[in-house]
Design a protein around this ligand. Sequence first.
Ligand code: GAR
Length: 204
Amino acid sequence: MQPARLVVLVSGSGTNLQALIDACADPAYGARVVAVGADRDGIEGLARAERAGIPTFSRSVTDFETREGWDESLATVVERFEPDVVVSAGFMKLLSARFLDRFLTLNTHPALCPAFPGMHGPRDALAYGVKVTGATLFVVDAGVDTGPIVAQVPVEVHEGDDVESLHERIKTAERAMLVDAVGRIAREGITVEGRRVRIGAAAR
Ligand code: GAR
């Protein structure tokens, strides 16, 4: 069986991307990062891909007259790499319904959905005073962090945490969750029925 083809989208440091690249080095993992895309240039996420010899592309919203034009251009370049799965790993842009109809797209979010959606999961969890937060991998739908849940991992909030220390602890757990779930999806397939996600119930 050929390894599943992953296109990973990033906007920043790309530590989740790096965890996937590292996992893919083992042929038994069952997946391969075939391209890495971004919505901006000059970020560590793209540099990580380049160091690993993975093709990269970037599409900045500001280079397009319309948001639709940006989204269509992104979809066109993603399509070229024939992904089985698109993984949004710290990609800070919403994707259109048209994009999501074309590609099975997963997103990792640093909170336990449906709590604390949006750009500031760790900050919002800390401000709310929860004792446990975590990370969620979900199938992206038209909402903001509302899609069917693939995997979740809990993370304790410690006394004295600030946003950075909490986010770093979340990211450690998040990377392990992402690598585990994406690998199982690659090897065993995924079915999504309404809000129910099952891994291993169907061939890819
Ligand atoms: C991750 O924690 C990811 O969940 C978060 O950005 C971080 C990216 O880290 N994404 C969001 O908050 C999206 N709502 P990384 O660039 O080191 O992988």
